[in-house]
Design a protein around this ligand. Structure first.
Ligand SMILES: Cc1cc2nc3c(=O)[nH]c(=O)nc-3n(C[C@H](O)[C@H](O)[C@H](O)COP(=O)(O)OP(=O)(O)OC[C@H]3O[C@@H](n4cnc5c(N)ncnc54)[C@H](O)[C@@H]3O)c2cc1C
Length: 412
């Protein structure tokens, strides 16, 4: 039986590990932390299938300077990070051209188009269908003008086959009575779903992986043993070597360092986001909610109502700035005025974000037996099952349904 080592036990790594088990591989996951403790656990948990327009879209570029000057704004750059981020940012800005926005949207939608079906099939086969909620997600707008700014992107999503329905603020309040009554309008993202719990999602997947004979080692990968164009083993941070036939690097934002060890420079920032969840929020919320103006989402998890968002560029080893999580909680009262904000539990994660918002899925250039499955940015939960399927198809030499060249590591 061929052995595979998956480096990283976040939602992407565990999904790859499970799909590779299906193919008959003996799979070991290396992760110094608990499964899903990285970005996966801090997420809004949306299966955000129509989130295909890249982040470099014109609205972002126009508003970014104002956001950065506002200490409570949704986007920030830590002191000392500017020079390091510059090459990433220049490439990001280059992707703001209309032709690029259109091209990237199509490339991301080629992945997200099947994401809900992939997730449903994946969970169903594992007996975990209860991990998905049935309700769509609602995006809320203060004014018709705010919606008007976004309409061009909503139309682009519709043109790609996704379903979005504009409704009035009053209709939104009928669907979700806990929200403020003065939203002007809303968009129901009809083909989105949410996971029932960001933490349980990964924990349960990991449980099944172990029940099916998968191994997890609580170590971090540090370097590789190479022979010609192959890796034969990975060294961990305790000095041990782990031998395998195939390797998958799925270490989220930390994948960049591991890829660099294999002479594969990828452009990817670990963009910090925060989540605070409330076990007793004092309100009932049934749908995932997005308040884009505030830069956050609200998701009803089994473990509590979660407020998650914020975009913070900082060094990979930087400590979290919990004030940013608190700002989101204050702003959440705009959406759910009766929210009780006692005893919130806070966490943070680093979204692995490429300058073109596309993930990196495919072989490390020049290496026959190492694949990258990373760079999912704000779409890691959405694309985990799809990525697992594609990685398993590629590793077994099967033809993928879609052209994978758009997600190659050497595009940087
Ligand atoms: C606030 C916020 C909201 C979000 N909302 C959504 C959403 O609604 N929908 C959506 O689809 N996505 C969302 N995301 C994005 C999503 O969470 C990420 O894209 C996804 O979690 C990335 O998964 P991952 O497995 O690649 O990385 P991670 O979950 O970060 O996992 C990487 C793992 O690799 C391990 N690791 C690191 N270094 C090493 C090493 N050297 N050796 C071994 N293991 C290592 C880490 O310990 C970690 O467990 C959100 C993210 C945030 C922060």
């Amino acid at each position: 039986m061929q052995k595979v080592i998956v480096i990283g036990g976040g939602v992407v790594g565990i999904s790859c590990a499970l799909k590779l088990q299906d193919e008959g591989y003996e799979v070991t996951v290396l992760d110094p932390g608990k499964p899903g403790e990285g970005a996966s656990w801090a997420s809004c948990g949306s299966i955000a299938v129509s989130e295909v327009v890249p982040l470099s879209k014109p609205g972002t570029m126009r508003r970014a300077p104002g956001w950065m000057l506002d200490p409570t704004g949704p986007l920030t750059l830590r002191a000392g990070s500017a020079l390091r981020v510059l090459p990433w940012f220049l490439r990001f800005a280059g992707n703001a051209r209309a032709s690029q926005i259109d091209k990237i949207s199509r490339e991301i939608s080629a992945l997200t188009r099947t994401a809900l079906a992939d997730t449903q099939a994946f969970l169903g086969a594992l007996g975990l269908s209860d991990l998905l909620r049935h309700q769509p997600v609602i995006e809320l707008y203060d004014s018709a003008q705010d919606l008007e700014h976004e309409r061009v992107f909503h139309d682009a999503r519709r043109a790609l086959g996704f379903e979005l329905e504009e409704i009035s603020g009053a209709q939104a309040a009928e669907l979700e009575p806990s929200i403020a009554s003065d939203f002007a309008c809303a968009v129901v993202l009809k083909d989105w779903r949410s996971v029932v719990d960001a933490k349980r999602f990964v924990v349960d997947l990991h449980k099944v992986f172990v029940e099916r004979g998968g191994k997890t080692e609580r170590v971090g990968a540090k370097g590789f043993v190479r022979e010609d164009h192959k890796v034969t083993a990975v060294h961990d941070d305790k000095g041990d070597a782990h031998i395998a036939d195939q390797f998958v690097i799925a270490a989220g934002a930390y994948s960049r360092r591991l890829a660099a060890e294999l002479d594969c420079p990828i452009q990817m920032e670990g963009v910090i986001g925060y989540q605070t969840s409330f076990v007793d929020p004092g309100v009932t919320v049934e749908h995932g909610l997005i308040y884009a103006k505030g830069g956050f989402g609200i998701t009803p998890y089994e473990s509590g109502l979660a407020i998650a968002g914020s975009i913070e560029f900082a060094h990979l080893d930087a400590q979290p700035n919990w004030k940013r999580a608190d700002i989101l909680v204050q702003k959440a009262k705009r959406v759910v005025p009766d929210l009780e904000t006692r005893n919130g539990e806070r966490r943070f994660g680093r979204r692995p974000l490429t300058p073109d918002t596309k993930p990196i899925i495919g072989k490390v250039p020049g290496m026959h037996n190492v694949m990258l499955a990373t760079g999912h940015g704000q779409l890691g939960v959405t694309l985990a099952a799809t990525t697992g399927r594609l990685v398993s198809e590629m590793m077994t030499g099967r033809q993928t349904e879609i052209d994978m060249s758009a997600y190659k590591a050497d595009r940087f």
